[in-house]
Design a protein. Structure first.
Length: 707
């Protein structure tokens, strides 16, 4: 490589002006500052060329002669560099970055020396010459300090490249060539930092690939001037109030009003409602938000470092909202909270552990509810809804962004069908966004029946209606009216349906779910109960935790297999069985979902469970009048011979069958008629009823009847 002389370097064109006009804006400002660096480089090149007899050797930098080695060995250590000169002022954008990251002016010029080859390619050739190595075309630590009139032997200068120094810790500078001593390590500035200094505010590619969202401040909002001392007054709430009264909306308002950087952990159900409330409040207060949803893999730590740097690049008003936290959140939380000048909001269902970030102060906020009234959000998103919106969405606990997504999905679905938005669109979209991940533990039943399909006396029918009302209005009664007692009790609704087999318990559970517009999830006991100690409780906890965060109805059919009575401890098996019951008793106290238990024998259920139930509905054995209605409803869709209705009245009196057996007998009669190619006759019905008696081992009334 041929070393340039003083006149050639001094006459080099400045920036891209030779290619087509001077740059303006942030890029022009940065090029102006780089021009000052170019002059310093030119002086160093000229000085090196004047004293180097091999400056014009085309192979210089690829080998070293004996004479050059002797001459280099004769140079005293520390020579060639004087005291740090007076540094020219940095540009406004670079100066703002220096202030934001707590850098010194000296750091700013090191940063400038590192990014120069990425902005102007001529610096590569100049750095290669000054490094005396044509293959090393970036500034080294030694060269960067030499351009500033010092060297790596100065402790203060060397400390600027320590891992805890602002340049390195802030992610503004990286050192390459780990195998080399510090003076010879190359300096590189990440592309995102260079793009920011040039005025490009697009997200870092690493953040975009990780699904990070940048949410600007809401249009029309303006940053509040509230500081930490009067934030309490602005929110109108005492920061020491009990968590029962604290809602996601109040917490969000407090965080948005607190103008100093703060780190908060919100404990919610893991449904994102708390994080949504905080995000909305921050944006309404004129602050932008970077939203990150960790994936729980090895890449999260790198994304977190880039995320913190992004927030600092964008300004002090930018906040980080991270949810949900991974299973082992310690490393991620430490990375996010190590910089004290960034507001970080962490959210998840797990209580905060101080060991996650021992050097940072994180404010834990326990049991954050969804925040603002979800009904008001539904009404704002569906202003043209003509029906009773409160009834349609009363059972859904989703809030914030989940409500908005569900409402938009309902509008799209109705528009696709070419009809106005109705209850079916709202419920269908809400169900799709609230499906639990229960996998092998349960099967989903999409309700297809209603109260008109139930044949029950007035009292149990009225109690089912009351159960629906409890599910719809529990947030008002237990939350706003504060009828929930302490002890960490949840807002769940748990009912027991007791009655003989076939009296309609499972059908009633489906009716309740359908009336609420929710899906019914029937627990598969074979996959829940495990022979190994403790595994059954773990499976049940997974189910309850998933139902807590979603809007569905959970059905434990034949619940006495799990909720049975505790027994006297005579062996280790009894002790472990009682432990399972004790776990369920505790878990029902904090349950927030809707669960229905069914049993054929109410006496099999432990009294301690009964006390924790909200309702117990007894399903009586149907009387002759009810049995007649069941026969008629079961055969309503089949062709029948004339006069069959009169025969059904006789069958209802003679055959004492429950509703499930009547439906099975009606199906048998219909199959016989279909095979014959005719209508259902009295003989077909007699045959169906007789089969049900024989199945149960009972004596058939009127022996000799039959097809």
């Amino acid at each position: 490589m041929t070393g340039p002389d003083r006149d050639t370097v001094a006459a080099a064109p400045r920036g891209p002006s030779a290619a087509g006009g001077p740059a303006t804006g942030a890029a022009g400002e940065l090029l102006t500052v780089l021009e000052e660096l170019r002059r310093a480089v030119a002086e160093r090149v000229a000085a090196r060329s004047a004293a180097d007899p091999t400056a014009h050797d085309p192979l210089r930098g690829m080998y070293m002669t004996h004479e050059s080695a002797v001459e280099l060995a004769a140079v005293p250590v520390g020579s060639g560099a004087g005291p740090v000169p007076g540094l020219p002022p940095l540009g406004a954008r670079l100066g703002s970055l220096v202030d934001r990251f707590g850098l010194s002016g000296f750091d700013g010029w090191i940063l400038l020396a590192g990014l120069a080859p990425d902005v102007d390619g001529r610096f590569e050739a100049l750095y290669g010459y000054l490094n005396d190595d044509v293959g090393r075309r970036r500034a080294t630590v030694s060269l960067a300090l030499e351009l500033l009139g010092t060297g790596p032997w100065e402790p203060v200068a060397r400390a600027r490249f320590h891992p805890d120094a602002p340049l390195i810790a802030g992610g503004l500078l990286t050192l390459e060539d780990e195998e080399r001593p510090l003076p010879g390590r190359a300096v590189r500035v990440p592309e995102r930092v260079i793009a920011h200094l040039l005025g490009d505010e697009r997200l870092d590619a690493l953040l975009s690939d990780a699904g990070v969202e940048w949410l600007p401040a809401t249009a029309g909002s303006s940053p509040s001037g509230t500081d930490g001392q009067n934030a309490k007054q602005d929110t109108g709430q005492d920061t020491g109030q009990d968590t029962e009264r604290d809602t996601g909306h109040e917490t969000a308002a407090r965080i948005a009003a607190y103008r100093r950087p703060v780190r908060v952990h919100l404990r919610d159900k893991g449904d994102g409602d708390g994080a949504d409330a905080v995000t909305g409040a921050l944006r309404a207060a004129g602050r932008s938000v970077l939203r990150f949803r960790p994936r729980g893999d090895d890449k999260d730590a790198g994304v977190a470092r880039a995320l913190v740097r992004e927030a600092r690049l964008r300004g002090a008003g930018t906040a980080l909202v991270v949810e949900p936290l991974p299973k082992e959140p310690g490393p991620l939380v430490r990375t996010l909270t190590e910089q004290q000048d960034v507001t970080v909001v962490l959210a998840g269902p797990v209580a905060y552990d101080p060991g996650w970030a021992p050097r940072s102060v994180v404010i834990p906020v326990e049991d954050v509810s969804a925040g603002a009234d979800p009904l008001s959000v539904w009404r704002a998103e569906l202003p043209d809804y003509a029906g009773d919106l409160a009834t349609a969405v009363g059972a859904y606990r989703a809030g914030g962004e989940r409500v908005r997504r569900a409402a938009r999905a309902a509008v799209t679905l109705a528009d696709f069908e070419g009809v106005p938005v109705g209850p079916g669109h709202v419920r269908r979209s809400a169900r799709l966004l609230s499906a639990p991940l229960l996998g092998r533990f349960a099967r989903c039943v999409r309700p297809a029946v209603g109260f008109t399909d139930l044949v029950l006396p007035g009292e149990p029918l009225g109690m089912l209606g009351e159960l629906v009302g409890r599910a719809r209005h529990r947030d008002r009664v237990l939350g706003e009216w504060r009828l929930r007692t302490g002890g960490g009790r949840g807002r769940g609704v748990v009912a027991l349906f007791a009655g003989d087999s076939g009296t309609g318990k499972t059908l009633a559970a489906e009716v309740v779910a359908g009336e609420l517009g929710l899906d019914l999830y029937v627990i598969d006991l074979s996959s829940v109960v495990d022979k190994y100690v403790g595994e059954t409780e773990k499976n049940l906890e997974r189910i309850f935790a998933e139902i807590d965060r979603t809007d569905v109805v959970l059905l434990f059919d034949e619940a006495d297999a799990v909720f049975g009575k505790r027994s006297e401890v005579r062996s280790s098996h009894d002790r472990y069985a009682n432990l399972e019951s004790a776990f369920l008793l505790q878990r029902l106290e904090s349950f927030d979902g809707i669960a229905i238990l069914t049993t054929n024998l109410r006496a099999n259920i432990d009294e301690a469970f009964t006390r924790r139930l909200d309702m117990v509905v007894d399903f009586p054995f149907p009387d002759p009048e009810a049995r007649l209605r069941l026969w008629r409803s079961s055969l309503a869709g089949a062709p029948r011979e004339p006069g069959l209705d009169d025969g059904l009245a006789a069958f209802a009196k003679e055959f004492e069958l429950a509703g499930g057996s009547i439906r099975a007998g009606a199906a048998t009669a219909a199959y016989l008629a279909a095979a014959r190619g005719g209508a259902v006759t009295s003989d077909d019905v007699r045959a169906g009823a007789r089969r049900e008696y024989l199945k149960s081992g009972r004596l058939v009334p009127g022996t000799g009847w039959g097809p």
